[in-house]
Design a protein around this ligand. Structure first.
Ligand SMILES: CC(C)(COP(=O)(O)OP(=O)(O)OC[C@H]1O[C@@H](n2cnc3c(N)ncnc32)[C@H](O)[C@@H]1OP(=O)(O)O)[C@@H](O)C(=O)NCCC(=O)NCCS
Length: 179
């Protein structure tokens, strides 16, 4: 297993497949998704976990944040040019529970240029126990939450999804694990 920051766009297809596998409950517009991943790769904002030439995990993030990416209570109180937003953290189903997620997050945090970036944000569904536990173990704390109305899998009824915004400083006591 190797974990590294992608330097080119060659992993686009692998990342696309991984994304679809990890978020298969969402409806994907493949072209929009492809462009989103391609842009992240071009911006060097992707960390990859590779095993036997296959992407088994990835972390994607956003820099130069636009104010509307975050609730006003956050964007008004932070210098967004000094903030990073983790847009995706995903590990292939059969590779879960082997510290790949935490290794990706640790690698990402350890390589942040702390002279530029001071704060990291991430948004998590309040029922996503694996992700909630992982982020809290890594020193993220909840700041605020939003509620979104979604269509149920039956395609008819709706339900309310609560998403929590977590934050941590780029530096701090909890630097994750060493590996
Ligand atoms: C969330 C996700 C990235 C975790 O990846 P992972 O490689 O399985 O996680 P790790 O093995 O690195 O686990 C690290 C820690 O997270 C927590 N964790 C991971 N899976 C967990 C689970 N199923 N239940 C509770 N805690 C869990 C544990 O604290 C774990 O540490 P421990 O093993 O010492 O107890 C993975 O489950 C995933 O890809 N989920 C689907 C996509 C997703 O929801 N991404 C997050 C969107 S915000």
């Amino acid at each position: 297993m190797i974990i590294f920051q992608a330097q080119d766009t060659s992993s686009l297809r692998e990342l696309l497949n991984l994304y679809i596998e990890c978020f298969d409950n969402q409806q994907h517009n493949i072209n929009i998704l492809k462009n989103y991943i391609l842009q992240s790769l071009k911006n060097h904002c992707v960390w990859l976990a590779i095993e036997n030439n296959h992407a088994v995990g990835a972390l994607m993030y956003i820099k130069n944040l636009e104010p509307d990416l975050l609730p006003a209570s956050i964007s008004q109180n932070y210098d967004l040019q000094r903030c990073l937003y983790i847009s995706e953290l995903m590990v292939s189903t059969k590779w879960r529970g082997q510290k790949i997620g935490i290794n990706l997050l640790t690698s990402f945090i350890q390589h942040i240029d702390i002279k530029i970036y001071t704060d990291i944000f991430i948004r998590v569904w309040d029922k996503n126990t694996p992700a909630l536990t992982l982020y809290q173990n890594m020193g993220f704390t909840p700041l605020t939450s939003i509620e979104q109305t979604k269509i149920s899998p039956d395609g008819k009824s709706t339900f309310v999804m609560k998403k929590i915004y977590f934050h941590r400083k780029t530096t701090g006591n909890n630097e994750g694990i060493s590996f």
